[in-house]
Design a protein around this ligand. Sequence first.
Ligand SMILES: CC(C)(COP(=O)(O)OP(=O)(O)OC[C@H]1O[C@@H](n2cnc3c(N)ncnc32)[C@H](O)[C@@H]1OP(=O)(O)O)[C@@H](O)C(=O)NCCC(=O)NCCS
Length: 165
Amino acid sequence: MFKTWLETNEKEILYRDCESQDIAQVVALANASLKSKQEPHYFERLCNGRNPFIVATWQGKVVGYAAARLQFKDKQQFSNFTTMAVSPEMRGRGIGRALTAKLIERSEKIGTAYMRGDVRDGNDHARALYGKLGFKEEPYGTFKDGEGKFRIRKDFSNQPQDWSM
Ligand SMILES: CC(C)(COP(=O)(O)OP(=O)(O)OC[C@H]1O[C@@H](n2cnc3c(N)ncnc32)[C@H](O)[C@@H]1OP(=O)(O)O)[C@@H](O)C(=O)NCCC(=O)NCCS
């Protein structure tokens, strides 16, 4: 299905906002990558033109996505980083980092106070990636299946550094 990475390069990866016709590919990618079953309506609701939702495409195919939901807490708008995946064949090439960086940029530009999300204890790759992009993490209970959960958070400029999430 894919050319090998040696036959392509990162300049061929395009990043753009999610469109409704991407959803089927995004759902397939999510289900191939994440532990819990992912439903189309979840992504359809996220992809509404207001939430930060970026897809990475290669030769017209979606090879990665990252999405956040805009929410309010204590009168502050924040960006809830809910989901991200990169196609297994395309991992380790900087796509996850680029998607996360673009989501951060978008969330900050919208004016949110901070970006937050949850990550599994055993997801070393994602945790390393978030750490490199400036997210702080702290233990935050467990997921339904009992695996430890970390809450990650990145505060944006000129916002109170309040950790009561
Ligand atoms: C997490 C995920 C999105 C990363 O995407 P990716 O495109 O492979 O990530 P990148 O190539 O941009 O790597 C960014 C950083 O992640 C870490 N990382 C990624 N792949 C790694 C690997 N195979 N080994 C060790 N670290 C790795 C590194 O810290 C890397 O930084 P570096 O490039 O400076 O070494 C991808 O592994 C994935 O889809 N995983 C399954 C779904 C998932 O876990 N989603 C996140 C839920 S919170």
